[in-house]
Design a binder for this molecule. Structure first.
Ligand SMILES: C[S@@+](CC[C@H](N)C(=O)[O-])C[C@H]1O[C@@H](n2cnc3c(N)ncnc32)[C@H](O)[C@@H]1O
Ligand SMILES: [Zn+2]
Length: 289
């Protein structure tokens, strides 16, 4: 009898056996040929994080950090970054229609929403987002039902090989070999990292000695750097937004109650932002014969 090879109708891989996942007819459940099955959550996201990759009860950003991030980002302070990201995508979209796009470490989905808005009413882009924090993914999925969000670790991406045309990683961790595996040969990777002066005044209000972030350029195994862009500007969030900004940073836990009180009592604090955008392409492997 002729073997029937099923063509996957999604980009997902089963987190248990690494076989492709298929969406079943009900449209509510994904399963692999080994009958491992995963239900879509009511918000429309998929949880593909196996217990062995879950090193704590709630890995990734907490619900409080996620909510603080949403409040701060929705106020538009990082809009110039979202715009610069969209311009980089436009400038490097050789694909035209049907670009498969991944927002890696997407958090509550701010950049995915901005990109969707940029490509409004067009079939140009299929948006995917992944984050290890379930609360963040649920919040992202709720706001953007047309995008495909999953809970998973960037160290073990639940996607088939070479399926993305563009990967965006904003202030989030990743594993070089996994990035290389899921990016198409013609694909691009855009990484946004903090520049030397990022949130300088906020840090000064917490630490007695403040160090600048490294300005060394990012080196990724298996990738060539194409473009680097530094974007810096000043913001003046109000007290609530300032506290939200603190809450979403890794140095929030260093700020004790009195530091937090002092920070929220300042009538106005101008804060420097500083971002480095680095665009990469996959290094072409030259086969030696
Ligand atoms: C600083 S936040 C950035 C979120 C989003 N990119 C943004 O700029 O709004 C870092 C994100 O990485 C996620 N994260 C941390 N470790 C991760 C991992 N191993 N795999 C996937 N996501 C991870 C966190 O849950 C968090 O949402
Ligand atoms: Zn399976």
């Amino acid at each position: 009898m002729q073997q029937v090879i099923e063509v996957p109708n999604t980009l997902y891989l089963c987190p248990v056996c690494r076989e492709p996942l298929q969406l079943n007819q009900s449209g509510k459940n994904y399963a692999c040929q080994n009958r491992h099955s995963f239900d879509l959550a009511k918000e429309g996201y998929l949880n593909l994080l196996p217990v062995q990759d879950k090193h704590s009860k709630e890995p990734g950003d907490s619900k409080e950090m996620m909510m603080a991030r949403r409040l701060f980002l929705e106020a538009g302070f990082y809009e110039p970054i979202a715009k610069a990201v969209a311009m980089m995508i436009d400038a490097n979209n050789t694909k035209g229609e049907g670009m498969q796009f991944l927002d890696l470490g997407c958090g509550e989905g701010y950049y995915s929403r901005k990109i969707a808005c940029h490509y409004k009413h067009s079939e140009k882009i299929a948006l995917h987002g992944i984050d290890i924090a379930k609360f963040a993914v649920a919040a992202a999925a709720k706001k953007q039902p047309e995008a495909q969000f999953v809970v998973a670790s960037s160290n073990r991406l639940p996607y088939i090989d070479q399926c993305f045309d563009f990967i965006l990683r904003v202030f989030a961790p990743s594993a070089d070999d996994e990035l290389k595996r899921v990016l198409k040969a013609s694909g691009y990777l855009l990484i946004v990292t903090p520049g030397p002066r990022h949130l300088w005044q906020l840090k000064k209000s917490i630490y007695t000695e403040v160090k600048e972030h490294s300005s060394e350029s990012l080196v990724l195994q298996g990738f060539d750097q194409l473009v680097t862009q530094r974007i810096s500007y000043k913001i003046t969030p109000n007290a609530q937004q300032r506290m939200a900004l603190l809450q979403m940073t890794p140095f929030a836990w260093r700020a004790n109650a009195s530091v937090q009180q002092a920070l929220s009592a300042i009538s106005e604090l101008e804060i420097e932002t500083d971002f480095i955008l680095t665009l990469f392409a996959k290094t072409v492997d030259i086969e030696t014969t």
